[in-house]
Ligand binder design. Structure first.
Ligand SMILES: C[S@@+](CC[C@H](N)C(=O)[O-])C[C@H]1O[C@@H](n2cnc3c(N)ncnc32)[C@H](O)[C@@H]1O
Length: 219
């Protein structure tokens, strides 16, 4: 028999953060996605904290999830904030689940999901970036074709393009610290892994201040 997902339970899990928030949220996913959740998808409580840290200075901003998987982080962001979340996922099967779940949850305009390599798109339009251990190891065989070291290098190059004041939040890291021009602003331990926050000072080597000028995050 097909399970009928209870959307209100998911929304309540995000809003009220009960002790079983992840079990309640993950019930919307197919079994094979749900069993992978403890290792691969951001826990609801962590996602709420990450969204708060990411959007604090620019609540209406645009935020990128590098490797959005089945959309869990983006959905928590869209449900719990005024910001817009864009998720890029290179694994087609995960992306399909994310799109179907977005429809089920009625996420609407707060989130856009794309089946693309996040390291091949322009990061300049974003006010912040979220990285949950995206390159270690790939979820599906062949999902990340370039290899971990090259993916980390490409991430550092993209981070250098972010505007002054942009924020980077990582959970369980991404394989490096952000490049010169970022300052660490917070580090907390949640669910057994580090949630870290950096802010771009715009002072990237050889370039001076980044070109996008001042934003509310700078004031
Ligand atoms: C640990 S999961 C995190 C999923 C989601 N961000 C969350 O927190 O629930 C990392 C995801 O990144 C994806 N990924 C890794 N490298 C990628 C890339 N270059 N472009 C798009 N997706 C990528 C993997 O396929 C995997 O689904």
């Amino acid at each position: 028999m097909t399970r009928v997902p209870d959307v209100s339970v998911v929304r309540r899990a995000v809003a009220e953060l009960p002790l079983d928030a992840d079990a309640a949220f993950d019930a919307i996913y197919p079994d094979w996605v749900r069993v992978a959740s403890p290792r691969w998808w951001t826990p609801v409580r962590v996602a709420r904290r990450a969204v708060d840290l990411l959007t604090r200075e620019c609540p209406d901003g645009r935020y990128l999830d590098v490797g959005s998987g089945v959309g869990k982080f983006c959905f928590v962001g869209a449900l719990a904030s005024r910001a817009h979340f864009t998720g890029f996922e290179c694994d087609a099967r995960l992306h399909e689940v994310a799109v179907a779940t977005s429809h089920m949850l009625g996420i609407g305009a707060g989130c856009a999901l794309s089946h693309r390599d996040a390291l091949e798109i322009d990061w300049v339009p974003f006010d912040g970036v979220y990285l949950f251990n995206p390159f270690d190891p790939p979820w599906a065989p062949g999902a990340v074709h370039r290899g971990r070291a090259a993916a980390v290098r490409a991430t550092l190059a993209r981070l250098r393009t972010l505007r002054r004041g942009a924020r980077v939040v990582s959970y369980n890291g991404f394989g490096a610290a952000p490049p010169e021009g970022f300052v660490a602003t917070a580090r907390l331990q949640l669910h057994g892994a580090a949630l870290e926050v950096w802010r771009s000072t715009g002072r990237i080597e050889g370039r001076g201040l980044t070109s996008r000028g001042r934003t509310s995050a700078d004031r």
